[in-house]
Design a protein around this ligand. Structure first.
Ligand SMILES: [Zn+2]
Length: 484
């Protein structure tokens, strides 16, 4: 009797569990029904999306927090192998602003084939991307209504944390293979409005990357969005406007090219830091794509630029201390806010350095120093230190018996919040990005030369933080443009 009651109870519980889905499950089921039904969703093989759009310049715009610089995207094509979890995006983008590489169209081909992320260069050469980039592309695969809802209706997915606000119902999803994302659906139409995934950004730390969906259309019995907008936190990074799309058509071969599939995933290489003495008490710390400079005062050392990431900047700091072990390294000049030149600022703060920057970057530096980096802990999150910061408005002169450095704002075509360092005794100018010796295109050199003439600086050598040291005459020649 007892046993029989237990069996009946168990049956009732099971029946109730089946008959009454959790509120989270109901949201996901509603979304599946709105998109065309679970059965149709599970039968989809391919989707091919074509159109155009816009890319923005996260971390590389003219000043912190603005998003005026865009690339016009044409010939956009994204092909998705839905059950195979593979996708390839091909596009052409044209900078609509004075881009440092020039205004020519750039072709991009990027793909993901399960765990293998790859790029295909215009030459046709395929290369495998780093594991973190491949993870981002796997997350991107899920930021598409069909893929997200297919993953969410999987009985092995864990659904939680239903909330409803501003006409949206939102559910957190943990896929059967451990990927987390948030699915939002429109309370009225039940169509997905947004998929958001947690991510790591070297500069910003913990971020949320989201794609929003709008203007759905019926294609082959499925509702597909025709406008997709992707953001990193609040910053819009990409918009796609769909012109044509097809379900279960020919998506082409979406397997990773053999050269990428057979390659091992690139592992981070230990940074190479070389020291070239520019003059007594001045070194160029090169050895990679992004250099720093070291300047020696009577009782302390100052670094110019903390680029790229923890690994690069910590290696540069170690080299500086090795060159002059008797003097404390106390300051770092942040040349400008661009992510590739501010990626090591947090490491410099962790090492106790005071940051000197253009006053237009103060709020930005304060923000990046305080942001949480819990997903991929960095030097500062492991060794928290308070930020010490000094802002430069028009000019800052740092001088003692041994060394004089003038910090000036550089002309603003590349960044409106950029500093350059003039060393009058050495007649050297440390510059970044407004002039890169050895490049074929010098977008900003002409205006930069005008600016230098107005300042009446006596410069004999340009010490660039990309490229090689050149005499001033070479700079003047490059600034004049290619000989016709
Ligand atoms: Zn820059």
């Amino acid at each position: 009797m007892v046993r029989r009651t237990a069996l009946v109870l168990l049956t009732i519980v099971m029946f109730t569990a089946c008959a009454r889905p959790t509120p989270e499950r109901r949201v996901v089921d509603d979304a599946a029904a709105a998109l065309g039904g679970a059965e149709r969703l599970l039968a989809v093989k391919t989707v091919v999306i074509e159109g155009e759009g816009t890319h923005y310049n996260l971390g590389q715009d003219i000043a912190p927090g603005v998003s005026g610089q865009t690339f016009a995207v044409t010939q956009y094509k994204r092909a998705i192998d839905v059950p195979g979890e593979r996708a390839r995006t091909e596009l052409t983008r044209v900078p609509k602003f004075n881009y440092w590489q020039g205004l020519a169209a750039q072709r991009q081909v990027q793909g993901i084939d399960k765990a293998v992320g790859y790029n295909v260069a215009p030459s046709g050469a395929a290369s495998r991307v780093a594991p973190a980039a491949a993870d981002d592309r796997r997350a991107e695969l899920l930021r598409y209504p069909i893929m997200a809802v297919r993953a969410a209706i999987d009985p092995a997915a864990r659904l939680s944390n239903l909330r409803t606000a501003e006409g949206e119902s939102t559910v957190d999803v943990l896929t059967s293979d451990g990927r987390a994302f948030t699915l939002a659906i429109d309370a009225a139409t039940k169509l997905p409005t947004r998929v958001a995934s947690p991510a790591n950004n070297v500069n910003l730390g913990d971020v949320v990357v989201s794609t929003t969906f709008a203007d759905y259309q019926n294609v082959g019995g499925l509702q597909l969005p025709t406008r997709l907008t992707t953001r990193t936190d609040d910053f819009t990074t990409a918009e796609v406007r769909v012109a044509r799309q097809a379900v279960d058509g020919d998506a082409g071969d979406l397997a990773a090219p053999a050269a990428a599939a057979s390659a091992s995933a690139p592992a981070p290489q230990p940074p190479n830091v070389t020291a070239e003495e520019v003059s007594q008490g001045v070194w160029l710390l090169a050895g990679g794509s992004h250099h720093s400079a070291l300047v020696e005062f009577s009782d302390h050392l100052m670094l110019v630029d903390a680029p790229q990431n923890d690994a690069r900047t910590l290696a540069v700091i170690a080299k500086a201390r090795e060159l002059r072990p008797g003097k404390p390294l106390t300051h770092v000049v942040n040349s400008h806010h661009h992510f590739d030149h501010s990626g090591g600022v947090r490491a410099a703060v962790a090492e106790g350095l005071t940051v000197i920057t253009h006053h237009g970057n103060t709020a930005f530096i304060e923000e990046i120093v305080k942001r949480p980096h819990t997903r991929v802990p960095d030097a500062l999150s492991k060794n928290p230190r308070p930020l010490k910061i000094e802002a430069v408005a028009d000019e800052k002169v740092i001088a003692d018996d041994m060394m004089t450095v003038h910090l000036y704002p550089a002309p603003g075509e590349h960044s409106e919040t950029m500093l350059m360092a003039y060393l009058p005794r050495q007649r050297a100018l440390i510059v970044i990005d407004v002039y890169e010796p050895g490049e074929g295109v010098h977008m900003f050199a002409g205006r930069f030369l005008e600016d230098l003439k107005k300042r009446n600086l006596r410069v004999e050598r340009i010490v660039p933080l990309h490229g090689k040291i050149v005499p001033y005459a070479q700079f003047v020649k490059d600034a004049a443009g290619p000989a016709s």
